[in-house]
Design a protein around this ligand. Structure first.
Ligand code: AKB
Length: 326
């Protein structure tokens, strides 16, 4: 894969901001292009890789970026997350459905060899088994975000089988990271809590203390995308619908871990019932045996390892500055 030219759509978001440096490390800065929407690349990347403005709701912009930059592999990370999608239905429809379809069509109509699309635990619903949710099981999401993720998964199968496009992707749990904060997701508390702990020694959580959700630390999330992208296609029996797990915890359990670092940390709860309802419809834990068997998925971070690393990096970013990006 090393000679491939890669376009990351949604490059300045939470996942894109961590994915781009890892792609540069692996494939070289001449082979990575950032697709950004209404924002600039961070300073550390500005003069290193080219950026193109891409609004996924505009087919022509995607196709032009692919052709102009001779792209072979596209990562599509553009998405309106669960909480905002419930409030901004039309926007979510435009980005998550029409935008996704535009990316599939633009990759199929050009010379792109591979499309990495991203799904989520939101693709499951309250009739899916909640504990150790299997890879292949009933899916009845009741959020527009979750429905758009099932759409993405099914489109992935369709474009692979009927149109010969090599589409791959994972169902991400809540992703925890320190570089860029997630916006408008239901799992965001697991990132916000670190800002609260470091800056104020307290945090008010919008989910109930016993809400168990699958989570993952960003370095593992990036490894998942790259390993799946590089895996020999003949091993894959699924396409965009791989469960990937590494840890699951409740807000109360995370607070205990935070207290290990800041003993006088105070956790309060003010439940946001719309987000609680979304969280309650999602799995508590995932069975990721398909990913382990088919492309050797093997996460490195558990809860305490993640908390240690988050504290080190976020403290450097917020207090000790300046951060050292890879
Ligand atoms: C969200 O909370 O919406 C996302 C997700 C689990 O897909 N983090």
């Amino acid at each position: 894969m090393s000679k491939n030219r890669i376009l990351v759509i949604g490059a300045s978001g939470q996942i894109g901001s961590d994915l781009i440096p890892r792609l540069i490390d692996r494939y070289g800065n001449n082979n990575v292009v950032a697709g950004v929407y209404n924002c600039e690349l961070p300073d550390d990347l500005k003069n290193i890789i080219p950026d193109v403005s891409i609004d996924v709701t505009k087919y022509d912009q995607i196709e032009k970026a692919i052709i102009d930059n001779k792209i072979d592999v596209v990562y599509n990370l553009a998405s309106i997350l669960s909480t905002l999608a419930e409030k901004e239905f039309q926007l979510a429809y435009e980005v998550n459905f029409n935008g996704t379809l535009n990316v599939f069509e633009a990759t199929r109509n050009t010379e792109v060899k591979q499309l990495i699309a991203v799904s989520s635990i939101a693709a499951f619903g309250d009739r899916s088994p909640k504990i150790n949710t299997p890879n292949d099981t009933i899916q009845n999401p009741n959020t527009i975000y979750g429905i758009s993720k099932v759409f993405t998964e099914l489109l992935g199968n369709y474009y692979f089988e009927k149109k010969g496009l090599d589409v791959r992707g994972v169902r991400f749990p809540g992703i925890i990271s320190w570089k860029v904060e997630p916006t408008a997701g239901t799992t965001d508390y697991a990132v916000e809590i670190f800002y609260g702990a470091i800056l104020n020694k307290s945090y008010t959580c919008f989910l109930a203390p016993d809400t168990r959700l699958p989570m993952m630390y960003m370095p593992d999330a990036i490894s998942a995308l790259i390993s799946l992208s590089e895996c020999d296609s003949s091993r894959l029996k699924h396409r965009v619908d791989y469960n990937v797990a590494s840890m699951d915890f409740t807000p109360a359990e995370l607070a205990i871990e935070i207290k290990r670092k800041i003993p006088d940390f105070e956790m309060n709860y003010e439940i946001d019932y719309s987000r609680q309802e979304i969280a309650d419809s999602w799995p508590s834990s995932l069975d990721d045996s398909a990913a382990r068997a088919e492309w050797d998925w093997d996460p490195k971070f558990n809860l305490s390892g993640m908390v240690d690393d988050m504290f080190e990096n976020l403290t450097a970013k917020l207090i000790d500055g300046p951060i050292h990006l890879p």
